[in-house]
Design a binder for this molecule. Structure first.
Ligand code: HEM
Length: 163
């Protein structure tokens, strides 16, 4: 049996125009049943738009992060004496400005939410047992909330006169 005959016998047709068999009115493509039939009770959507929003968020936060992270690296490691200038006084000087406080806050929130959402995707892809997923995601969300809250607290309560 040739490949075309095999695929025709299985009900899965070849790509149109790809071989001797191409679909026409006399030779229609096979009708494939929907896996589940919708009934009146079937909700319009079972998941909402969360995954689409998350997909979009990864792209938008990624673009903003490029600017925030490259700016951060330039200032911390390249400009004005490089890494050797970094110390308590340098941090105190920068966080005296609402501009740099906002910059660092945005970087913290975006990197944490972007990274956490990326890891959520990886857990969904690789952890198969429901219990494993539950524990890994529980750990991930706990660590994310803890780091975001602690970082935000530090940025807003930083005291340059601490002894
Ligand atoms: C600097 C600029 C960044 C850009 C442009 C960027 C861009 C992206 C994009 C577009 C995705 C989605 C990929 C997909 O859905 O297939 C992604 C995934 C991810 N990103 Fe970023 N990202 C950046 C920074 C970061 C940072 C700072 C972290 C960590 C805190 C991070 C961690 C991740 C993780 C864990 C994933 C999931 C990977 C996967 O699904 O395989 N990214 N990134």
């Amino acid at each position: 049996m040739s490949t075309t005959e095999k695929s025709a016998a299985s009900g899965i047709g070849p790509v149109e125009g790809a071989g001797a068999l191409s679909y026409s009115v006399d030779n229609p493509a096979p009708y494939i049943e929907a896996p589940r039939q919708r009934t009146k009770k079937t909700p319009k959507s079972t998941r909402g738009n969360f995954e689409m929003a998350a997909w979009l968020f990864m792209r938008l936060s990624g673009i903003v992060l490029v600017v925030l992270v490259i700016g951060h690296l330039l200032i911390q490691l390249v400009l004005d004496g490089g890494v050797s200038k970094i110390g308590f006084a340098f941090v105190a000087g920068r966080w005296a400005s609402p501009f740099w406080q906002t910059w660092d806050l945005a970087m913290l929130w975006l990197a944490m939410l972007h990274g956490a959402n990326g890891l959520r995707t990886i857990i969904n892809d690789y952890a198969e047992r429901p219990n494993t997923r539950l524990w890994l995601k529980g750990l991930l969300y706990t660590a994310t909330v803890f780091t975001i809250l602690l970082g935000t607290l530090v940025i807003f309560t930083f005291d340059p006169n601490i002894r």
